[in-house]
Design a protein around this ligand. Structure first.
Ligand SMILES: Nc1ncnc2c1ncn2[C@@H]1O[C@H](COP(=O)(O)OP(=O)(O)O)[C@@H](O)[C@H]1O
Ligand SMILES: [Mg+2]
Length: 620
């Protein structure tokens, strides 16, 4: 067979296969064009999930008839003025979208540049290009794509149901809308409007939060903490959810590089690393992060749909993300998400009876702890969540609220002092004044606005972990010598395992020595455990070590080790606590970063506002 040059329509159709694999991809390209054109509002209407019709209208700079004719040519772009592929400041640059879409649909572009006295329109029908005709349009550009893929039946066959294609379109507009909060967007499906976003006001950080709230939900808006950091010429900004607001998939993680939504392994990995301490492996935080850097520092030309990027200095980007996220989460201190209290209320509140159904059991109590496995949202009755959202204001930053109250230094419980005349009353603290302990497991505290219930064991486990981490960074965990060294009998392999790790254990505050075959002698224990049952602590640790194997250092498995140690500390579940001990625990929680959730992403406390409680009893 002879070699030949392919005709241009075929070349465009092949290229279209990469650029527009489905209606959402065409929408993405066209919305990006509108953003690049400086639009302040973009209206999208689709029919049949975009298969029979897509229209996109913008109020951007528009095109003259000559520009129109050029725009639909392959590799024609206004966005590379200096021919420098390493200096891309727009979303587009490949000059491929319009010719590709025109090759596989009936494409009509109508446009009127700012200040021009008339509009022009151009039709490209399955690759054959017409000439610009006078048309009517007030301002900007209106692009209409009819019968996408009608000329490519093979591609048409691979499209999904209209509803699925519509979801893809909506996802793609949402992502672009997150990155451009100053632009108003609407999306309508023939009959109904699916998305209506007005231009967000305020400085960029606030504008982003309100745009994100509109797209990711009120829960996110109420439970997100801001991130703002820079290293060299790279800046990172955005909003990240508290660890207690987790989800089963990473679908709610939105990453952007220079205003472009991306999927990027490096960034995803950095996010995972930053949350690793607070979430189990199979749960994912909600967040939106915007990375901005000099175009020279990132290659965006590595993917036909521009969804992937490559950073020149990967270490810098990773370090920036991990550091900034950890810092932001530490600033959030002991805050647990407001959804925790709501989920609890949802579980407590009798469900409204549907007329005609059997009356529900008198107290449809669901164990709130068990429901953490699922998404919180699902366990919260809608009406309640909405109503409660109105007054569930997020806690102000911890630092401010604790001002005047000296945080206890790590590894030393604060001395409890009865309130003096000048000290604020205990219940003015975020976690309030302890009032009672119930079932030897939960502390009930009164705050000015309601009550707080603390899972003493989960809280203590978290405190031990955070303090050990801090102490390790600060030259080792403080130890407390036992008056009489304790001899613990084990089996030989267990004793040996402990003794080979003796140096590491000493760093964690536990000093063991050999004491004949199968026995160890414990001389010192971590001070922060308080009075603990040394024998069972050592036995459990030996078991923990057997499970760990020798591959990892104890520091790498600190979470597990601390969990085991905390189980034997003075505050474990089932231990009776005095009021002073309880208050000391609450104050420690307030002073400890990340104490709002235990090592497995479960909350360590829930807060019920008085107004919520009143609602439960029908007082409101
Ligand atoms: N909505 C629009 N408003 C103004 N100009 C547009 C619009 N859409 C496309 N253009 C012009 O057409 C050119 C080609 O668009 P496209 O094929 O998407 O390639 P690219 O965006 O990569 O430049 C753009 O560079 C731009 O100059
Ligand atoms: Mg483009």
């Amino acid at each position: 067979m002879p070699i030949r040059m392919l005709p241009e329509t075929l070349v465009n159709r092949i290229a279209a296969g990469e650029v527009v694999e489905r209606p959402a991809a065409a929408v993405k390209e066209l919305v990006e064009n509108a953003i690049d054109a400086g639009a302040t509002r973009i209206d999208v209407v689709v029919r049949d999930g975009g298969k029979s019709l897509i229209t996109i209208a913008d109020d951007g700079c528009g095109m003259t008839p000559d520009e129109l004719a050029l725009a639909v040519e392959r590799h024609a772009t206004s966005k590379l003025p200096s021919d420098d592929l390493l200096d891309i400041r727009s979303l587009g640059f490949r000059g491929e979208a319009l010719p590709s879409i025109g090759a596989v649909s009936r494409l009509t572009i109508t446009s009127r540049p700012r200040g021009a006295d008339s509009a022009w329109s151009l039709l490209v029908d399955a690759g054959s290009k017409g000439t610009p005709q006078p048309a009517a349009l007030a301002q900007g550009t209106r692009v209409e794509v009819r019968d996408l893929f009608a000329a490519v039946p093979a591609r048409l066959k691979f499209l999904k149901a209209a509803r699925t294609e519509f979801e893809h379109i909506s996802d793609c507009i949402e992502r672009l809308a997150m990155a451009h909060p100053g632009v108003a967007f609407t999306l309508a499906d023939d009959a109904r409007s699916a998305l209506r976003l007005s231009a967000a006001q305020g400085d960029l950080l606030d504008a982003r939060l309100s745009r994100l709230g509109a797209l990711m939900g009120r829960d996110f808006q109420d439970n997100a903490v801001p991130v703002q950091a820079a290293r060299e010429a790279v800046t990172l900004a955005g909003w990240i959810g508290l660890p207690t607001l987790h989800r089963p998939t990473a679908r709610h993680q939105h990453l952007f590089v220079n205003g472009r939504p991306v999927r990027d392994k490096l960034m995803v990995g950095a996010v995972r690393a930053a949350y690793a301490d607070f979430l189990p492996r199979d749960r994912h935080p909600m967040l939106a992060l915007f990375l901005d850097l000099d175009p020279q520092e990132v290659d965006v030309n590595v993917h036909p749909a521009k969804a992937e990027v490559r950073f020149r200095d990967q270490g810098l980007v990773r370090g920036l993300i991990v550091g900034a996220l950890k810092h932001a989460l530490a600033e959030a201190g002991h805050r647990a998400s407001t959804t925790v209290g709501l989920a609890t209320l949802g579980a407590l509140r009798p469900e409204p009876e549907e007329p005609g159904t059997q009356p529900a059991s008198p107290l449809p109590y669901r164990n709130p702890v068990q429901s953490w496995g699922g998404s919180y949202g699902s366990s919260v009755p809608r009406g309640l969540a909405d109503r409660a959202a109105a007054f569930q204001a997020p806690l102000p930053p911890l630092q401010g609220r604790l001002a005047g109250w000296q945080a206890a230094p790590a590894a030393r419980p604060p001395e409890y002092a009865p309130p003096t005349a000048s000290a604020p009353p205990l219940d003015a603290h975020p976690l309030g004044a302890a009032r009672a302990q119930v079932h030897n497991t939960y502390i009930v505290a009164q705050t000015t606005e309601g009550i707080v219930i603390v899972d003493q064991h989960a809280a203590h486990e978290r405190l031990v972990y955070e303090r050990m981490k801090a102490a390790l960074l600060d030259g080792g965990v403080k130890r407390q010598a036992l008056l009489i060294p304790e001899v613990v009998e084990l089996d030989e392999p267990s004793a040996n395992r402990l003794l080979t790790r003796a140096a590491e254990l000493a760093e964690l505050g536990l000093v063991v020595e050999g004491f004949g075959p199968g026995c160890v002698m414990v001389r010192e224990v971590p001070a922060l455990l308080g009075q603990s049952d040394v024998k069972s602590l050592v036995r459990d640790l030996a078991e923990e070590l057997a499970e760990l194997g020798d591959a990892l250092s104890l520091k790498e498995r600190l979470e597990d080790v601390c969990g085991t140690m905390a189980c034997h500390g003075s505050v474990r579940a089932g231990r009776t606590l005095g009021i002073e001990e309880m208050n000391a625990l609450l104050r420690q929680m307030e002073a400890t970063p990340h104490s709002g959730q235990c090592n497995h992403g479960r909350p360590t406390y829930v807060e019920l506002k008085l107004a919520d409680i009143e609602k439960l009893f029908g007082r409101r």
